[in-house]
Design a protein around this ligand. Structure first.
Ligand SMILES: Cc1cc2nc3c(=O)[nH]c(=O)nc-3n(C[C@H](O)[C@H](O)[C@H](O)COP(=O)(O)OP(=O)(O)OC[C@H]3O[C@@H](n4cnc5c(N)ncnc54)[C@H](O)[C@@H]3O)c2cc1C
Length: 375
């Protein structure tokens, strides 16, 4: 096992009994959750080490990174939405300055109604003052701003766009490595020992360990009592065609014009088979959806086909909190299909909890599933 970077810069577990040599936080996983948490904790002055196995199962490296504030068939607004949006926009902008690279690509989103009923949901949301800034005017089928088949019409949604997550995670990984905060290896559950005043890992001793292990939480014996609802998704990258949309298009599937050229088409949702292997069935589903949008277009040229597993939860809120018996073990997970929107705000809240005992956001507190505890 290679432990050089963290071991050289920060204390090791050779003297695990000595408080002055204890790390504050070890984070397992450098996906979006682990990266956002590490950023805030290091900035707050904590001694942090992130362990990651080279993104072996990272949904964050597959995701389109869409920011879609009113996701879902009814365009419902969650009460926390504006906190999420403000935190996300601020954090991605801050990282762009830090890394000298553009990750955040704001772009209006064309939402296509899939039925007449959906138009009524839209009209209801337009009456909500908290959603009004997000919902543009509706258009009829023959007034669609893009040359696509939109039989029920739609509307333009604002404060949308996408985050280039692989580039963002790459920049943060370089930063963690340079600062000596990253160990690149796999950590298995049986290497974790709960010591009276902290947690002992091979070569490390810390006050706490936070699991940011994405969909692998379901296999994690420390937290597998939590009801993760993993959801497999497949995604295609397409070569540029003669037509390039000005909007992100979101109907039965979505289509994103990438800043680097080409289009991204996604995504499938499968709950019954949750591995990260691309399938012929997934590819056909997506290409059929594209053909429905563009019935007269030439067949798309697929450049890349990927799959990953979203760490979903039954109520679509994250899972944040300590283990019911071992208070040095924590979970920050359950970002589901909207990690790009949620991770910045909840990482900030968890950091505030560690730093100043601020309450955990009730809607994301893993205690809400206390009844499900099996350990
Ligand atoms: C096809 C698809 C499309 C998506 N599109 C969007 C979208 O448009 N917008 C959006 O917001 N979200 C989207 N998502 C969801 C998004 O990917 C997740 O919300 C988010 O990436 C979850 O981040 P995470 O850090 O919790 O988990 P992950 O990204 O899975 O990161 C977990 C990390 O932990 C590591 N790890 C786990 N166990 C260990 C171990 N024992 N030892 C060492 N390392 C370990 C993994 O290798 C990985 O690097 C999509 C997901 C998929 C699959």
């Amino acid at each position: 096992m290679h432990t050089e970077p963290c071991a050289r810069r920060i204390p090791t577990c050779n003297n695990a009994g000595m408080d002055q040599d204890r790390l504050d936080t070890v984070i397992l996983g450098q996906g979006l959750a682990g990266s956002a948490l590490a950023w805030h904790l290091v900035r707050a002055g904590e001694r942090v080490c992130v362990i990651d196995d080279g993104h072996a199962s990272a949904a964050s490296m597959v995701a389109a990174g869409l920011i879609n504030p009113l996701a879902g068939m009814r365009f419902n607004r969650r009460p926390e939405l504006h906190d999420w949006l403000n935190a996300a926009e601020a954090w991605y902008t801050e990282l762009e300055h830090f890394c000298g690279h553009r990750f955040w690509h704001p772009r209006p989103m064309l939402r296509l109604f899939r039925s007449a009923e959906q138009r009524r949901f839209y009209q209801r949301q337009r009456e909500d003052p908290g959603s009004r800034d997000l919902l543009g005017e509706a258009f009829a089928a023959d007034r669609c701003p893009e040359p696509i088949h939109a039989p029920h019409g739609g509307f333009i949604q604002h404060r949308t766009g996408y985050i280039d997550l692989p580039a963002l995670l790459g920049c943060l990984r370089d930063w963690l490595k340079t600062e000596g905060h990253l160990l690149e290896h796999h950590l298995s559950a049986d290497q974790i020992d709960c010591h009276g005043r902290g947690v002992v890992l091979p070569d490390l001793y810390a006050k706490r360990l936070v699991f940011c292990d994405g969909a692998r939480l379901g296999l994690n014996p420390w937290f597998n009592h939590l009801p993760l609802a993993p959801n497999k998704g497949e995604i295609l990258d397409l070569a540029d065609s003669e037509w390039r949309p000005r909007h992100i298009i979101n109907g039965a599937c979505w289509l994103v014009p990438l800043e680097t050229g080409g289009l991204r088409l996604g995504a499938t949702h499968t709950h019954h088979r949750v591995d990260d292997r691309p399938t012929t069935e997934g590819r056909q589903t997506l290409l059929q959806c594209l053909a429905n949008l563009l019935p007269n277009a030439r067949p798309a040229h697929v450049i890349q086909h990927r799959a990953g597993v979203r760490p979903g939860t039954p109520d679509r809120y994250p899972l944040i909190g300590p283990h019911p018996k071992h208070s040095q073990l924590w979970v920050f997970n359950g970002l589901g299909a909207r990690g790009a929107l949620l991770a910045p705000w909840y990482a900030q809240r968890l950091c505030a909890h560690y730093q100043s005992d601020a309450p955990l956001p009730a809607e994301a507190d893993s205690q809400r599933f206390a009844g499900a505890t099996r350990c």
